[in-house]
Design a protein around this ligand. Structure first.
Ligand code: ADP
Length: 484
């Protein structure tokens, strides 16, 4: 099959969260399974270019409709890690949509991603080759599922199927009718037909439009797929999803083990396997030393690696700084907070613990440090209020770091405590009360300190489990091939 993937993130060159990892892992696995995969991404000025090799060819021109005019732009190709081919859209629009030093967070994000989506459709429309599948991700590119069914594109894409994967229902792309007009849709028709009408605000909703038009809608774990059918989980879209239940499914994300793997990880000093975890100890020593912390064999190192947004249980992540000592752990938090007030809160904590022998709070995005922390840590905490899939617990397990998670969404599908009817690979708790998370940490520390044999069994269960993209990719292929 010829599969086109369109998104706003791709690891490791344009990464904010799990979407980036999914784009890379799924695309690679599809390629390994013999499919042709084309990936489209905006040419952000903040791309991590060191992983890319641009082709020595001029960009292919593309002309795109936006706000009543046609704008020139270019599609430029590059290889990622000598493997995947990425096509980057560079816009010549005077607003320099992708030259903002960031991926998201601009007041005109709607314009930026709608313009990108329309450019991809204009480009594909001008090609002879027609994709079998166009797979779009989240609100940023969801509009493509609708655009290709417009009269000017419909015939060309008649045999193309669209799949929309929703990585988080918290982000829906609320918009105004004029945003739809800007890329050539007729908002009065879209809104009266209720395709894009937000059920609560009665404004436009790009994610809802994608759900209405896509041939298949996926979210990233079976449990989250159930949770979003409830008013609390669906964030206003639960009824819409229930009405589309025949085309809505949960497929658990995988992990790219050619990238997340302690046997070959390029960012860690000492490689190790589930058969010999001894070098893991040296990674712990090295990372603690790098941050001026003390190496303690008797204390587990617990890490949390997360975007510091309410979804991630920031109250508990914060409260743990004061509790770490009494719980008998070393605690390392790596995160960034898009909300300046939350950032300020954590910046004060970072300052207060800057010289502490057992505690660190580092507020930046740093891929290499994340890898080092997975390799160094004994435990990983994920106290999320909701978690569509969650990748950090999967990565942690591969690196022999035992996850302690709140039983929700994809966390509930992948981490099993004693008595969960599966082989235990971690610790779970149910409530959002910090005390419950601390109790689960206590149970983990107890085993770490008093029963190293059992601890190693827990580590190994996680390390040996197959959370690769192999099975999830087969599920996606089945969906791509499904005849409705
Ligand atoms: P989400 O997509 O909601 O952010 P996931 O658990 O699905 O959460 O994915 C998070 C990804 O982002 C993981 O690969 C994790 O290692 C990475 N990550 C989160 N915060 C940071 C950070 N500050 N520095 C480096 N990597 C980070």
């Amino acid at each position: 099959m010829y599969i086109v993937q369109v998104a706003s993130e791709l690891a490791p060159i344009a990464k904010i969260g799990g979407l980036a990892d999914v784009m890379m892992g799924l695309s690679r696995e599809l390629k390994w399974k013999g499919h042709e995969v084309a990936i489209f991404l905006p040419k952000f000025d903040c791309l991590e270019k060191k992983y890319l090799t641009f082709k020595h060819e001029p960009a292919q021109p593309v002309t795109t409709y936006f706000q009543g005019q046609w704008y020139a732009g270019g599609m430029e190709q590059a290889k990622l890690n000598g493997d995947l081919t990425i096509t980057f859209y560079d816009s010549h629009h005077p607003k320099k949509f992708f030259h903002r030093g960031c991926i998201y967070g601009e007041s005109d994000d709607n314009d930026r991603f709608l313009h990108f989506s329309r450019a991809v459709v204009d480009f594909l429309h001008a090609q002879e080759r027609v994709p079998d599948i166009i797979h779009v991700h989240d609100w940023e590119t969801a509009i493509i599922a609708c655009l290709i069914r417009e009269p000017e594109f419909r015939a060309h894409f008649a045999k193309t199927k669209t799949v929309l994967t929703i990585h988080n229902f918290d982000y829906q792309g609320r918009c105004s009718p004029h945003n739809l007009d800007d890329i050539g849709l007729h908002s009065h028709e879209c809104m009266t037909a209720e395709q894009f009408l937000d059920p609560i605000t009665k404004d436009g909703n790009l994610l809802k439009g994608g759900i209405m038009y896509a041939d298949h809608v996926v979210t990233v774990s079976p449990t989250y797929a159930k949770e979003v059918l409830t008013p609390q989980g669906g964030k206003g879209l639960d009824q819409v999803l229930r009405a589309c239940s025949n085309k809505f499914v949960g497929i658990l994300n995988g992990l790219d083990y050619s990238y997340w793997n302690p046997e070959i990880d390029r960012f860690i000093a000492h490689h190790y396997t589930h058969k010999d975890t001894e070098p893991k100890r040296r990674n712990k020593q090295a990372t603690l030393h790098e941050f001026g912390m003390q190496y303690r064999q008797d204390k587990p190192l617990l890490v949390a690696i997360a975007r510091l947004v309410p979804q991630k249980g920031i109250q508990t992540l914060k409260a743990l700084f004061a509790q770490a000592e009494s719980l008998g752990i070393q605690y390392f938090l790596l995160g960034t907070a898009p909300d300046p007030r939350v950032h300020e809160d954590f910046a004060q904590i970072a300052h207060a613990y800057a010289d502490h022998p057992d505690i660190r709070c580092v507020l930046r995005t740093e891929e290499s440090l994340a890898h080092k922390l997975y390799a160094a840590s004994d435990m990983l905490l994920v106290p999320s209020e909701f978690e569509p899939c969650g990748l950090t617990q999967l990565i942690a397990m591969k690196y022999g770091s035992v996850p302690i998670v709140r039983r929700t969404g994809g966390l509930a599908d992948t981490v099993f405590d004693m008595g969960d009817n599966n082989v235990q690979n971690g610790f779970c708790f149910n409530s959002m009360q910090s005390s419950e998370a601390f109790h689960a940490i206590q149970r983990a520390v107890e085993i770490f300190v008093h029963d190293q044999k059992k601890w190693h069994t827990l580590m190994k269960q996680g390390m040996e489990y197959d959370f690769s993209w192999n099975k999830p990719t087969d599920s996606y292929i089945a969906l791509y091939e499904h005849h409705s």
